[in-house]
Write a protein that binds this ligand. Sequence first.
Ligand SMILES: Nc1nc2c(ncn2[C@@H]2O[C@H](COP(=O)(O)OP(=O)(O)O)[C@@H](O)[C@H]2O)c(=O)[nH]1
Ligand SMILES: [Mg+2]
Length: 210
Amino acid sequence: MRDSAISPSSPPPRADTAPAALKIVVAGGFGVGKTTFVGAISEIAPLRTEALMTAASAGVDDLSLLAGKTGTTVAMDFGRRTFPPPAHVVLLLFGTPGQDRFFFMWDELTRGAVAAVVLADTRRLEECWPAVDYFEDHQTPFLVAVNEFDGAHHYTPDEVRAALELPDEVAVLLCDARSTASVADVLSHLVERALSRKRNPTRVSQGAPL
Ligand SMILES: Nc1nc2c(ncn2[C@@H]2O[C@H](COP(=O)(O)OP(=O)(O)O)[C@@H](O)[C@H]2O)c(=O)[nH]1
Ligand SMILES: [Mg+2]
């Protein structure tokens, strides 16, 4: 964790100014850990719109690697996390539904977002293509965070970048979506890069990736 970055154990916030609110989107394929990621960092009970998986999703949603997953996000996840000075931001985290059939909601969910996290599972890397394409098309700054599931083969960030054909400027980080510290590290990276792009707008014209 970088000293100047957001940290779960930072000192209490200054009382005199309100933190800047930043909207962050957490996207990625079905079952990649988006709901877990938002829940791990949120200081409020996350708002979830999970529906019980039913027979209707049989043959549609691939559950072969997701033993124990009984719910699926049908609208969005919402969580909030305040990071006191020196970061002094409050992150509003919106998790997207993973399945393609809910893509019609993405324009609303991503409106006003300063940056996005694309979560990836190396066992099903191709499932993050739609999110990568979406954020590239919409010039939304993003990074790729690989949620390292137990038993999945370990790939380096450069191997993941090559497999996804991402340019060098795209940050690829490894994370554990269940760990508050790990999620904070990903968000710290994202916010630092997104804010530095705002301060240096010439980089914005060079494309969206962080
Ligand atoms: N072993 C392991 N399981 C995880 C991890 N992240 C999420 N899970 C589990 O994987 C399943 C899918 O996670 P979920 O957050 O619902 O995925 P979503 O569909 O992207 O929102 C759940 O049963 C989680 O408990 C992880 O890093 N490691
Ligand atoms: Mg979910």
